[in-house]
Design a protein around this ligand. Structure first.
Ligand code: BGC
Length: 656
């Protein structure tokens, strides 16, 4: 029986139960007559409570632990987003999961957001494209996804009740855009966020659900974030299809007023749930594990190898075979972000010491500082560590933020390392002239306190189960670093306009408008620690021969990159567009295309891009749609948002 027919045979009570979860992770199955689908976190590794009747965050199954979404986007390789999705799809099949509660595409508006490690970028284009290809990967395995958190869940503090006040153009161009792009992959479900947008709770936001359905073409099911529904009837009327998880009180209330409920709305949502259940049942028959555990693990390793960012290198890296003194908590402890995306790796933790030994280094370890809770750490025997540093050719200090600093439901208090870690770096820098700092965290860190005292900095992020292997490979040159940042690292928190915008317990005003991340720093020439798109390599690249031409509605961009070094390497080329004849405000330039390319030593690569109308458009509030205004645009090819390499102008005429 298809869902249309099923609908006719359902009682009011059954219908109501169908639009409300049956427990934490499944739907109501009408006495076994409707397929019971299972949803599960999380984005970078399956997280399922051992007791499926709870939302437990720690007592969970063990799974492949992939690098965080920050690391994924820093690869600038969307093929890896597909691979990660596909790999997770295989994990889901093994665990009998029908829908993976991922990906999250919320924009990194504030460096302090406790969940930044779970999100992809401060740039809507990057966030959207990576999410789109990840969804394609998961769904290629006949497993569903849940694009989340719709929308403007850009901080964790007061996420359950604060309203985000955002102007229409900013909403469209920055905060909705990643959802719009990701919808191209046709996610099976979308999850609404807890917060309110412009005074309306997202679980009741009829207007934005309308945009999702009518403009972004979303034809799946809209579910709530866990307990994001405050009024089940209003949510139903607004177009929310499934309230998660089961809530006894809410269900009682709905059953009590069942006769008053809008039948059309109820039927619409019931049909969506039935359609999803049917889809899950149908697709479940096509599921087959296609990747071995080893293949999935190699995806986790590859993402970390490609996502690590070399931030500073004054000629010390790659390390030559020799003696390295290693210290710091993350060298010997697994670092990851906390909350619903916790992952418990089934692979035994690999300390950096072992990984470096495997690469042929002579390694010694001693504790200097260990992380305890939040931004407080305990200093060990720093004197002894300094002595060892003086005896070694290289000193590697591992620092960062464990899941007691970066986690769901709270924001970071600050973006600096602990005082103790800073102190250890200062002390070691006096003893070592080859001091390498490896940072394990999920969001921007203010390094101003110590950056000038160290010779090299490597961003390891939350690297999943292969973090230290990939770090060792980068440190020793087995892997030539090729990751680049997908978020700006400001000099200090005070420089970030969104951080200074008005907020109280109930309201956050997005007064910086579209000027978030590089759109602000680049437009207003404000210096940063590391710009968006930045990352070093052991190779050296030169750009040249830019040609820009129109081909119908497409603008073709072509240029050459030369690897002028003795080392094979990968470069991430970025194409930005700047409007010179603007009629509305536009940030100085905006990213519209990118590509990562492997170039052998002393060889060249030809880069080709095709920009369509969306690369030149802005959202016109006056016309309620995207428009391309005829005029002059500049195509800017860059290695990062500040390091512009090539420029050319192009004139677009009306109707293009
Ligand atoms: C999170 C979601 C998650 C859900 C289920 C919520 O607290 O915001 O991202 O999928 O819990 O665990």
């Amino acid at each position: 029986m298809d869902h249309k027919n099923k609908l006719k045979h359902l009682t009011k009570e059954q219908k109501i139960k169908l639009i409300m979860g049956a427990d934490f992770w499944t739907n109501y199955d009408v006495d076994g007559s409707v397929y019971k689908f299972i949803v599960s976190d999380g984005p970078v590794g399956l997280r399922q409570p051992l007791d499926r009747m709870t939302a437990e965050q720690t007592d969970c199954i063990k799974s492949v632990a992939y690098p965080s979404f920050q690391m994924l986007s820093q690869t600038w390789d969307t093929g890896l987003a597909f691979e990660m999705g596909r790999s997770l799809g295989n994990d889901c099949i093994e665990q009998k999961v029908d829908i993976l509660l991922a990906p999250g595409v919320n924009i990194k508006r504030l460096p302090t957001n406790g969940r930044n490690f779970e999100y992809l970028s401060e740039d809507p284009f990057v966030a959207g494209i990576f999410a789109r290809d990840y969804i394609k990967g998961v769904q290629s395995m006949h497993v569903g996804t849940s694009l989340k958190h719709f929308c403007c869940n850009n901080s964790e503090k007061s996420r359950h009740w604060a309203s985000m006040e955002v102007d229409e153009r900013t909403l469209r161009e920055i905060y909705l855009r990643p959802f719009e792009i990701a919808c191209e992959a046709r996610p099976w479900t979308v999850m609404c966020s807890y917060n309110l947008v412009n005074g309306m709770r997202m679980s009741e936001h009829e207007k934005l659900y309308g945009v999702l359905r009518n403009e972004f073409g979303f034809d799946g099911l809209i579910m709530s974030d866990w307990w994001a529904v405050k009024d089940s009837e209003s949510s139903l009327n607004a177009g929310l299809n499934l309230e998660m998880p089961y809530d006894e009180e809410h269900q009682k209330e709905m059953l009590a007023k069942s006769e008053r409920l809008d039948e059309t709305k109820l039927n619409e949502s019931v049909e969506r749930v039935l359609a999803l259940a049917e889809k899950c049942e149908r697709e479940s028959k096509l599921r087959k594990v296609e990747m071995s555990l080893e293949e999935r693990r190699s995806v986790a390793l590859k993402i970390e190898e490609e996502g690590i960012v070399l931030l500073k290198n004054e000629g010390v890296l790659p390390m030559k075979k020799g003696k390295a003194f290693v210290t710091g908590a993350p060298a010997v402890n697994y670092y990851f972000g906390g909350g619903s995306s916790n992952v418990y790796s089934e692979r035994e933790f690999e300390p950096l010491t072992d990984a470096l030994k495997n690469e042929g280094m002579n390694v010694e370890y001693a504790e200097s500082v260990s992380a305890v809770r939040g931004h407080q750490a305990i200093l060990g025997n720093l004197k002894a560590a300094v002595f060892k540093a003086a005896q070694s050719e290289y000193t590697v200090i591992c620092v960062g933020e464990p899941n007691t600093c970066e986690y769901e439901d709270a924001d970071r208090q600050q973006i600096k390392l602990s005082k103790e870690e800073e102190l250890a770096i200062h002390a070691l820098s006096k003893a070592s002239d080859k001091l390498v700092v490896v940072v394990y965290a999920g969001a921007a860190i203010d390094m101003s306190e110590w950056i000038n005292e160290v010779e090299a900095i490597v961003w390891a992020g939350y690297g999943g189960e292969y973090a230290n292997r990939a770090v060792a490979e980068v440190l020793t040159g087995k892997v030539n670093p090729s990751g680049k940042l997908t978020e700006t690292f400001p000099l200090s928190l005070g420089d970030v306009p969104s951080e200074n915008a008005y907020r109280d317990e109930a309201v956050m005003v997005y007064s910086e408008g579209m000027n978030i991340g590089y759109r602000y720093f680049d437009t207003y020439n404000v210096p940063v620690l590391f710009p968006f798109g930045y990352g070093m390599s052991y190779s050296e690249f030169f750009y040249g021969d830019l040609a820009v031409e129109k081909d119908g509605a497409i603008v073709k961009v072509q240029f050459e990159i030369e690897n002028a070094s003795n080392v094979d390497g990968k470069e991430v080329a970025q194409v930005y567009v700047r409007e010179l004849t603007k009629e509305v405000y536009r940030p100085y330039k905006e990213l519209k295309a990118f590509k990562k390319v492997f170039i052998k030593a002393h060889e060249r690569a030809t880069m080709e891009f095709a920009l369509d109308a969306s690369a030149f458009a802005y959202y016109s509030v006056a016309k309620d749609r995207w428009v391309v205004k005829p005029g002059v645009f500049e195509i800017i090819v860059a290695a990062n948002v500040i390091e512009e390499k090539l420029r050319a102008k192009i004139t677009l005429k009306a109707e293009e």
